[in-house]
Design a protein. Sequence first.
Length: 541
Amino acid sequence: MKKIFIFLFLVPSFVCFSQEDAWVYFKDKPDSAAYLSNPLTMLTQRALDRRTAQNIPLDLLDVPIYLPYYNQILSASGIALLAKSKWLNCVYVRGSQTDINALRLLSSVLRVDYADKSLNVSGKKTTAKIKFKPVNKTLQTLTSFNYGNSANQIQMLNGHLLHQLNYTGTGKIIAVLDAGFPGVNTAQPFQRLITGGSILGGYDYVNKSTNFYTGNSHGTLVLSTMGGFTDGQLVGTAPDAKYYLFITEDTASENPVEESNWVEAAEEADRLGVDIITSSLGYFAFDNPAYGHTYADMTGNSAFASLGANIAFNKGIFVVASAGNEGTTVEPHVGVPAEALNVLGIGAVKADRTYAAFSSIGPSFDGRVKPDVMAQGNPSVLSDPAGNIDTASGTSFSGPIMAGMVACLWQALPGKTNAQIKQLITQSADNFNQIVKSRTQYGYGIPDFNLALSNGLSVSVFSKNDFIVYPNPTSDSISITLPEGFNSEMLVIYTILGQKVLEKNISIQSPTISLKTLTTGMYFYKIESNGFFKSGKIIKQ
């Protein structure tokens, strides 16, 4: 088999950029009350169910951009509207500086942030370094697979042991954000997905097209590491998961609009009720150097795509991102969005578990461990668009290999939140308790998903005596018994649609909360305490 190495070299660009790119942020969402009172007008039932399962309330971020505001920008003179984000309540535009500045005069506009930071009112000029870039550009569940050459990349994670227990991703939906998916609808390794109805849909955000079986083949290779199936040659890590395929990356150029495409696709994934987002895309430098990020931007919640990734996590989605292939370059650090606070950033190791030199390193600028964990990426076994089983190297493939195993673990532990699944994975890694290898290169190490499953089945949310909520059912009030060491905590109560209806502090001195303002019915409660929480159902009679 031939090796495919997917790298793209960027060279300095001396093109004069006559137009500018910017994000235009709106002040509010005037029709939010109507949407929040009718959640199915903005989210699918599966998205609401995911929130309910994790006790996540609806909020203003779920509400779409106010259409009259959107149309104002769409019809503005000299402005091209390229992307939008309801989470961040903004649109991404291109135009002359004069035309973009004119948008500030609209009563609906809160602010305008240029991609070139030196043009912002309080901006500071930054210069991006030019660097290497990776190409960014159900059937019956089986209990025994003939993995062929793909065995090592699964067995390294003890993923085969989950497969043997029928945890193969069934019931989980993964959104793949990438550069294109040609051949997925025709090549043999994907026919198991196609005939099983496991490709649920997708969209091309670059060309604004419903045809997503096109574009750069990078996404095809990525998908094959999770959903590919050729008996005796290739078995993906989540062969029985379902998938949405979103094209967000334009391989013809590097531009911040791709970060906006990424967030827009993540919002659609959320709306559709996706469980996991996996992305083998990374952003640092752009064709226009004035638009690029610097290492100082890698603080986990600064770059646009990282902001979106963190919001996706807060909506209950598990977000996986490849760390990047920049380990041997002048700027070797993990990029956007893998550097985000809540993203599981994946580095690459060789088949013998040793660090792959190209894998981007940490820490983040604010000192956090990045990458988070590692998987095999040098090389990875996969399928090309013609159905040939080949190998390729890059964190582009260690990322989705990990994402597939996340689906299997979450299938096995359906009562866990995304945060709990992330913690179980991280704590199972071989470098978690002892720095046997450099965390700069290796993060917390290679996870053991069988250990993560065992820990997930045996460990409760609290290590001390649990909170007791009583009486339940109740008519007027509830009382909370706090375990030893807990003095003052926060109780939040939500409707079954995830809307927050009550928020109160509880303490040893005041353990009783009145529920007289609530109507009869079932509610969810959540008690938060220093990173721990207890959640459950309560019935108001």
